[in-house]
Design a protein around this ligand. Structure first.
Ligand code: ARG
Length: 465
């Protein structure tokens, strides 16, 4: 037999003994739900004020409760709150302390409320705050991307498909791709916030309450748009947490792609960028190394975001209405993802601002790999009126010749070109340089510096206000 303690003060009325030590250990959530304290106190204060306004509890009791809650907040913030695991979670800890501070009036706070609607309310408020915090950090990362893109509107680098040099692009254009991803990420969180912003408070255990409460009042006091329409849905729904985790998993996946590029670019095989000491570590055995640990961790942490989303989906799958203790497993994944995504956003912003560009290395790589072969084909179409498929074929043949001669397209002698296509003139060389290639791609959303400049200005208007 494991040890048993005294019956729980909050729900122990029909219990002769206390929970076994093992039950207590599996049941307790205080170590992680502590961080809901701000939201729990705000929710209780709003509930208490409403109970007074509706004449459900006496004004004097309401005042005592409100004062007690304010003191509890101070105690927690000062690190002086007597947290006790016997009280399971943050809600019961606060309630027990309130009883110590204000006496019997404390027992009236839980009128017309259950921990089921209480925790659902607290958690929504917490996720809402997290979304607002993350939005500021995503905004800061976009700002960093826009600034660096502006610096590099005309810095040519290879653009890749299949990990092979495809066509020259500019570094500014490449960075702006991520600014756009971040814009969609912010939109996803914003959309989730709109659906999240309804109040479960007053749903009570699951069926509503016989007390004449005013749910619209508490909803408004807590900044919600309206009370949730169905009390059973209100206590059991965790869509808001799923949407948060899904948006975070997508955002984290974007960050991991950029992180992977930072790892590649900063390595000796590319040598496109250099990270400062602020974002790299050395090796304890290989003195020459400068490891991009921050980028690798951003890349690796995406695994956790996806795991957290799958964890909560799996907790909810097949869970009958309404509340069950399974739902207590909703918090850890959300907290972990929120903390780590915040870190990833900060680290990525730091790296984007920190990285030093080796424009010459980028240019060399951009010119290699016959990256202007498409420009050559386009010239054959434009100037000689060739159908594109035939031009593609000719251009491919010219690449083969250049390969055999060991030179790039821009230095292929005209005489060699004429062997493949006698109508080619020296004017063709005008399109074979990487700068000409990049400058020519001025279609909307393309990589031409003029177009990237326009895209940056548009993004500043759209995302930075
Ligand atoms: N700690 C619990 C949770 O996070 C609070 C709700 C408990 N409700 C209950 N009926 N036991 O889910």
């Amino acid at each position: 037999m494991s040890k048993r303690s005294a019956a729980n003060a909050a729900w122990g009325g029909r219990f002769a003994g206390g929970p076994s030590e093992l039950l207590q250990r599996i049941n307790v959530s205080l170590d992680f739900d502590k961080r809901l304290y701000t939201q729990d106190i705000a929710g209780s204060a709003a509930h208490c004020a409403m109970l007074v306004r509706q004449g459900i509890i006496a004004k004097e009791d309401g005042e005592r409760i409100a004062r007690g809650l304010a003191q509890i907040k101070e105690e927690i913030e000062a690190g002086a709150f007597p947290f006790k695991v016997e009280h399971e979670d943050i809600h019961l800890n606060i309630e027990a302390r309130l009883a110590e501070l204000v006496g019997p009036a404390a027992g009236r706070l839980h009128t017309a409320r259950s921990r089921n609607d209480q925790v659902a309310t607290d958690f929504r408020l917490w996720v809402r705050d997290a979304i607002d915090r993350l939005d500021r950090q995503m905004h800061a990362l976009q700002a960093a991307l826009l600034d660096r893109a502006e610096e590099h509107v005309a810095t040519v680098m290879p653009g890749f498909t299949h990990s092979q040099p495809a066509q020259p692009v500019t570094f500014g254009h490449h960075l702006m791709a991520y600014a756009e991803m971040l814009g969609r990420d912010r939109g996803r969180f914003r959309d989730a916030r709109v659906r999240l912003n309804e109040s479960p408070l007053g749903a009570a255990a699951l069926a509503g309450t016989a007390f004449p409460i005013d749910r619209a009042d508490t909803a408004q006091a807590l900044g919600f748009d309206r009370p949730m329409a169905n009390s059973m849905d209100a206590v059991s729904d965790r869509d808001f947490a799923l949407e948060f985790l899904a948006a975070a998993a997508i955002c984290g996946t974007h960050l991991s792609r950029l992180a992977e590029e930072i790892v590649l670019w900063s390595g000796p095989n590319f040598g496109f960028i250099k990270l400062s000491d602020a974002f790299t570590t050395g090796s304890s055995i290989m003195p020459q190394k400068r490891n991009p640990d921050a980028a690798e961790l951003v890349r690796g942490k995406a695994g956790g975001f996806i795991g957290d989303l799958v964890a909560l989906l799996t907790v909810l799958k097949g869970l009958a209405l309404t509340y069950a203790k399974d739902l207590q497993e909703d918090k850890r994944p959300v907290f972990a993802t929120a903390d780590n995504l915040e870190l990833c956003l900060l680290a990525t912003t730091g790296m984007v601002r920190d990285l030093a560009v080796d424009a010459a290395a980028m240019r060399r790589a951009a010119a290699a790999g016959f990256s202007t072969a498409t420009d050559l084909a386009d010239w054959l179409v434009r100037v000689l009126g060739m159908p594109f498929r035939e031009a593609h074929h000719r251009s491919g043949a010219l690449v083969r010749v250049a390969e055999q001669l060991g030179c790039d397209l821009a230095s292929l002698p005209l005489a060699e070109m004429k062997k493949v296509e006698p109508r080619i003139t020296k004017n063709v060389f005008e399109v074979l340089s990487v700068d000409r290639s990049v400058a020519s791609r001025s279609s909307f959303g393309g990589t031409a510096p003029t177009e990237v400049k326009r895209a940056i200005a548009a993004a500043r208007k759209r995302y930075m206000s």
